[in-house]
Design a protein. Structure first.
Length: 622
């Protein structure tokens, strides 16, 4: 026989559920189960059945209900369960027959495992104990004072065990599993400060410092508005530790130190996506094919090492594409994802050693455990990713040297990199190139931001705007935003401004600035390459040939070809190949040509062409 009280009251004899009805038998059994194997007085049972207002015949009615309960609890080969005792009755049960007894036994074993320093065993025991719960204990029977009192006690006991289980998971570094449990518990117990503290710790240790502080702010407001109180000392100390960015942030009694990487569901590391993401269907499909070529199920992954590079000019939307693909590919990587921006806010490239430290912290490793030697960081990083199915996203890479130390060496992981360079030196990398929008994609984005009817009313001016923007998604977005914030402007007015010498000044709104984007994208570019680009930008906008470039720069065909190859690799010049074997045509996007001209301090003085062509002939920079 099995008695279940950790939820609605149920009794099973073998596979058969005992029908207790909805009346006195259920309340009588519940009262006896509250004190299983202990005599419950007739007075307490009377209160439990009639809720403090018993009839004159209560004693006789109690005897009748005991009789029927005995008949209901008969099982083959089993003696009577409800026994008469002086002054009351007793329900005889074995520990394994009651889910509450099994829960308490597992919780006690889990607590003992914590004391022995065995957090993994404790985690398994606590999770088995909590899995026995089906809802509120004795759900639906709260009218009985005795049952209600026991229900409240059991709910508090469950919460205490859940908090111990979360402590263990935090100690094991299982932060995302802990957060999943905490979200549900905090919703039910918003005033429970220990749960809030655990939530802050889990968020902080997954690199979500701001969200951890938001938890403190939320509970502070709740306590102040509802109770006129301030958070306790533990929460206040945690807040200060998070603000200061201390490496060791925790609570007393955590079982073990963080060590295991648990990244499931960690798309929160990604920057915010775009609600009006447009186009890139072919590139998106190609990346999804690279990441999971066999769509037989969400866990399918290729056995070999996977590395893809998304390459394109500054402002082409490489990071946005990476973000979009990563969000849709999450189900294929059960271990989650790691994201790191390899470009600092000022546009300079991050040192690989610093990037490794950031990635290690994102796996849950405390700051003080990050080794100082770069070789040790590489080894530890690869050890922590080994055997796990994780997607690594490395955004805004400068060159191959910045990427190589950050690559996992396990076939279960995949890596996506964005860069203006093609990173051809990364052996085995699959290249996905993106450039400017098609005219249709450009019109779609411009219309979404500025208004479709407005754009459709001036199609020629819209086309001029797109051409002036070089069809770069960032430039088109800025142009659309400027129109959206100036509803009195015509598209012709903006097109005229973009055709002028101050084009880059016009392509700036808020913190979106094309000039800044181009400067970051071309960080480290040799000044002479920018000067050549500025010169080539004076050739026809619809394109020029190798011969025309050679004539302008006074170069031989071989030297001009090598120069154009390098400028194309650095995204300063675009090569249009009409077909296999056909001669290529080249063009400098207008915004890139203007940017390159701004970088040439001698341009306004005139005459740099001669000195440049002479240096080319002398092979000084080729």
């Amino acid at each position: 026989m099995e008695f279940s009280v950790l939820g609605p009251l149920e009794v099973h004899v073998g596979e058969t559920r005992v029908d207790l009805g909805s009346g006195k038998l259920r309340f009588l059994l519940a009262a006896l189960l509250c004190r299983a194997n202990t005599t419950v007085s007739t007075l307490r049972l009377t209160e439990a059945l009639w809720w403090g207002n018993p009839p004159r015949t209560a004693a006789k009615n109690l005897q009748v209900n005991v009789h029927y309960l005995r008949k209901a609890l008969v099982s083959p080969g089993d003696g009577p369960r409800v026994l008469s005792r002086p002054g009351g009755y007793l329900l005889s049960t074995a520990p394994e027959e009651v889910d509450l007894a099994r829960f308490e036994a597992l919780a006690a074993e889990g607590t003992a495992a914590v004391r022995r320093g065995e957090p993994e065993q404790a985690d398994r025991l606590f999770q088995r104990a909590l899995a026995l719960w089906r809802g509120r204990p004795f759900d639906g029977m709260e009218r009985s004072p005795l049952v209600q009192q026991e229900s409240v006690r059991l709910a508090e006991r469950r919460l205490a065990v859940a908090e111990m289980a979360i402590d263990v998971r935090l100690g094991l570094g299982q932060y995302f599993e802990a957060l999943a449990d905490l979200d549900a518990l905090v919703e039910v117990h918003p005033y429970r400060e220990r749960l809030r503290a655990q939530q802050m710790i889990a968020l902080y240790r997954t690199g979500r410092q701001v969200e951890a502080l938001m938890v403190f702010d939320a509970v502070r407001r709740l306590l102040a508005e509802e109770l006129g109180l301030q958070p306790g000392a533990v929460l206040q100390r945690l807040q200060q530790a998070v603000i200061e960015g201390r490496g060791e942030v925790g609570l007393p009694g955590l079982a073990g130190r963080p060590r295991a990487i648990q990244l499931r569901g960690s798309t929160s590391q990604l920057p915010p996506g775009l609600a009006d993401f447009v186009g890139r269907r072919e590139a998106s499909a190609r990346l999804r094919e690279i990441l999971h070529p066999e769509e037989d199920g969400p866990a399918q992954r290729p056995a070999d090492w996977t590395l893809a590079v998304v390459s394109g000019p500054g402002g082409a939307g490489k990071s946005t594409l990476l973000n979009s693909v990563a969000r849709t590919a999450g189900d294929h990587f059960s271990g989650g994802l790691l994201y790191h921006d390899l470009r600092a806010p000022d546009g300079t490239p991050r040192d690989p050693a610093d990037a490794l430290a950031g990635l290690l912290r994102a796996t849950g490793l405390p700051s003080e455990d990050v080794p100082a030697p770069v070789a040790d960081r590489i080894r530890l990083y690869r050890e922590r990713l080994h055997g796990r199915r994780i997607l690594v996203l490395l955004d805004n890479a400068l060159d191959e040297a910045q990427i190589r130390p950050l690559l996992p060496t396990t076939g279960s992981c995949a890596t996506l990199v964005t860069s203006c360079s093609r990173l051809s030196g990364l052996t085995g990398a699959q290249l996905v190139e993106i450039g400017g929008f098609s005219p249709e994609e450009g019109i779609e984005l411009l219309g979404r931001i500025a208004g479709r009817r407005r754009v459709a009313a001036e199609p020629e001016s819209a086309a001029r705007i797109l051409r002036a923007c070089g069809f770069l998604p960032l430039a088109v977005r800025i142009a659309g935003t400027r129109l959206a914030t100036r509803p009195h402007w015509s598209l012709a007015r903006l097109a005229g401004l973009l055709d002028g010498p101050l084009c880059l000044d016009e392509l700036s709104v808020g913190d979106l600035d094309l000039r800044t984007c181009l400067a970051r994208s071309h960080y480290g570019t040799h000044p002479d390459d920018l000067r050549f680009t500025a010169l080539l930008g004076g050739l026809p906008a619809f394109g020029f040939t190798l011969e025309q470039a050679a004539a302008l720069l006074d170069l031989g065909p071989r030297q001009a070809d090598d120069l154009l190859d390098r400028l194309c690799d650095r995204r300063l010049v675009v090569r249009d190949q009409p077909g296999y074997g056909a001669p290529a045509r080249y063009r400098v996007p207008p915004v890139v040509g203007r940017f390159a001209s701004e970088q040439d301090p001698d341009r306004a003085a005139g005459g740099p062409e001669a000195s440049l062509s002479g240096r080319v002939r002398d092979h000084s920079i080729l």
